[in-house]
Design a protein around this ligand. Structure first.
Ligand SMILES: Cc1ncc(COP(=O)(O)O)c(C=O)c1O
Ligand SMILES: [Zn+2]
Length: 366
């Protein structure tokens, strides 16, 4: 296993110490010696957690794996060509559990005693749960605007909570100010393993569709780890010969109350610009300055994908519609997905014959 910088391409060897950003300040990506080598599909089919894809994950001692049973979630066929990946059934109610499982597992194997992160809500709940299970202290920095159920859930898992500002960006500044030297920062993309956890979404969709990928994947994008992870998984699988043919067109969807990725995509920029005065009821998408903006945009353009925004004023109703249609109790990020799916169908960007996967990334907390 080695780390490669996603910006300057510097290569760094694996070491027994926790790893953060590249010295140039950009995210590192994990790479393996098996990449690009053809091999038979190798899945631990008796494991119903994301560790069924152990062969393509970091090699870590079983005793250090901090699992709560995340992953291997249903891919529900709603209509002939329409599927929902239901991530609300993860242990703490969101797809964040995949990334936290890997980040906390690796931190534990490196001997980390204290972890910190800013969160828009679900990542903090998830980190708190995995840290509690691992016996690691956890400091979660949340915006003051956070709805009470997120705070309560984070608190119930024993994390220390600090509230600051209007968005995750303000909370992140506070964290950098108050962080002690030996706290390990697991902010989105500031360490490389949350992406490794999220990439299992791509492996699962492939396995659940019998190793034939859909035409389109619609993903509600905040920091972008899920999209980045899936795109990484597809490259890995292609390199091993597990899949062939056209890869899915990846779609980033955001609320027009906070749409830095959409704005940059439309302007054909290589990276995102900070979105001022962001506001949306899809709390996970209130990420005005994603560190991996450029990495998300690369995945969109390499896949012939697109980024679209949904009208904030229609989100509440769209979420209710989505939940009625699917029987899932998803949070407003699913409303963004639902509105965007309909507008892409209407615009003809999605053809009715296209196989489409929509994401329900998190549960509605009340
Ligand atoms: C429910 C939900 N959906 C989507 C996202 C965005 O995820 P990412 O930051 O991986 O883009 C989040 C992030 O907090 C979330 O909580
Ligand atoms: Zn670099």
């Amino acid at each position: 296993m080695i780390y490669v910088c996603t910006a300057c391409e510097k290569k760094m060897d694996d070491s027994p110490k926790p790893i953060g950003l590249c010295p140039c300040g950009k995210p590192l990506s994990v790479h393996y010696d098996w990449e690009g080598i053809r091999k038979d599909i190798d899945v631990k089919t008796d494991d119903n957690s994301l560790w069924r894809y152990k062969r393509v994950l970091p090699n870590v001692a079983q005793k250090n794996i901090v699992s709560l049973g995340e992953g291997w979630t249903p891919l529900v066929q709603i209509e002939n060509n329409l599927f929902i990946k239901d991530e609300t059934v993860n242990p703490t109610g969101s797809f964040k559990d995949r990334g936290m499982n890997l980040a906390v597992t690796m931190a534990k194997s490196f001997g980390v005693k204290t972890i910190c992160l800013p969160s828009a809500g679900n990542a903090g709940v998830s980190a708190a749960a995995y840290c509690q299970k691992a016996g690691i202290d956890c400091h979660v920095f949340l915006p003051e605007t956070i709805p009470a159920p997120f705070k309560k859930a984070t608190d119930q898992y024993g994390a220390n909570i600090v509230l600051e500002g209007q968005t995750i960006s303000h909370a992140a500044h506070k964290m950098v100010e108050s962080k002690e030297e030996d706290w390990f920062d697991i902010s989105t993309l500031k360490e490389p393993f949350r992406v490794e956890g999220k990439k299992t979404l791509g492996y699962e969709i492939a396995e659940q569709m019998n190793w034939e990928l859909p035409d389109v994947i619609i993903y509600p994008t905040g920091g972008g780890t899920g999209l980045i992870g899936m795109w990484k998984a597809f490259q890995e699988m292609k390199g091993m010969g597990w899949i062939s043919g056209q890869l899915p067109r990846m779609v980033s969807v955001q609320s027009d109350g906070c749409a830095p990725v959409v704005k940059a995509f439309q302007a054909m920029e290589k990276t995102t610009e900070f979105w001022n005065d962001s506001d949306t009821i899809a709390f996970g998408l209130n990420v005005p300055g994603p560190l991996g903006g450029g990495w998300i945009l690369d995945g969109l353009s390499e896949s012939n994908g697109i980024a679209v925004s949904a009208n904030e004023s229609g989100l509440k109703d769209a979420t209710v519609d989505f939940n009625k249609f699917t029987g899932i109790n998803a949070s407003a990020e699913a409303g963004v997905v639902w509105l965007s799916y309909q507008s892409l169908l209407k615009a003809g960007w999605i053809n009715p014959l296209d196989k489409v996967v929509l994401f329900a990334t998190g549960i509605e907390r009340s």
